[in-house]
Design a protein around this ligand. Sequence first.
Ligand code: CTP
Length: 402
Amino acid sequence: MDGAGPSGLSGKHVALGVTGSIAAYKVVELARLCVTAGATVDVLMTEGATRFITPLTFATLTQRRVWTTPYEPWSEAEEGHIAVGRRAECFVVAPATADMLAKLAHGLADDMVCLSALASSAPLVLAPAMNHYMWLHPAVQENVATLRARGARIVGPDAGPLASGFVGMGRLVPMERLFGEIAGMFRQRRELAGRRIVVTAGGTREPLDPVRYLGNRSSGRMGYAIAAAAVARGAAVTLVSGPTALAPPVGVTFVRIETAAEMEAATRRAVVDADALVMSAAVADFRPAHRAAHKIKKTPDGAVPEIVLERTPDILAGLRDVRIIKVGFAAETDDLLQNARQKLAAKGLAMIVANDAVATIGARDSTATFLYADGRTEEQPEMAKEALAECIIDRLVTLLKA
Ligand code: CTP
């Protein structure tokens, strides 16, 4: 792995302020994402936050002391209550309650979160979470406007069901999204500005009759994370996706398809003026040779229908003559590296991401090995797919430059 780290977070100091909202438990996942990406995470908690979740949870995850009170003697070397804010390269407050937004807007310093934020000159990322009516109150909106005008990045809140059972604005954004924003803070460079990138994601569905299909377990998470990471770095991204439960990342041109044939047609159209293709979709290799026009019914004689399969097009192989940077995936159950190297050559790829099909497809985390056309191999540690996506985009940036 190169020194830049997978997501730009490697070796960076992140201060994570947690305040007293029921959403505090979700932030454990954010701490995990940052730690897996190689960041040093200093967690600061208000007294209210410690009522919802214990400092021990964060201390265990981050392997560091968690800061809960300004009223403790500290050694000179630690510079007491100022140190965390000073060394932070990104200061995140999640969840940010209405109370904390008011304190930050007005420069209060009576708990470890707002005090450290006051001492910090790092970019501030705030993820508000509160009741719908509180969020809409002019006092809160004015505080948010003040913070935004000072350069704070406000992420969310989202609309949806709230802890009260009420549906409205005020939900903490998903932690993957917040992680993406933080990674974005560390990448001031928009390395992919002016580049066009096509990403495929999800699994395909091959119909058997009007109600049934052959599909696979792909969640689309890897490809969606790659598309989001590429957008964050300034690329114009077309995301060609099979059916998934995910919302398309903001800023992509989204093309929804069902079958391998539809994915092939959409991908061919999209690559015409593209610089790169990242083919992370789990494309069906076989499809029913005949699609029944009507639902296949059970028959009284107990007979079982025979399904005859035929091959689908190999999309990547079919694009062999399209001279753009192509990145493929190899999901294998056996002989991972040998098979991946063979696919890399056969499909004319610049890079292939090899991973264990059983452990990876549909999972949150992934291990991977990158193999390159020039023979290099890079093994990656296990990490969240969002972090792996950043890592893949780092490599794509290099390949595009070469
Ligand atoms: N792929 C493709 N078209 C297909 C099947 C796969 O473009 N019909 C792409 C995948 O998106 C991936 C790469 O090819 O980037 C390798 O896919 P994988 O399923 O690992 O391998 P296959 O080529 O399908 O070979 P096999 O199933 O024999 O392992």
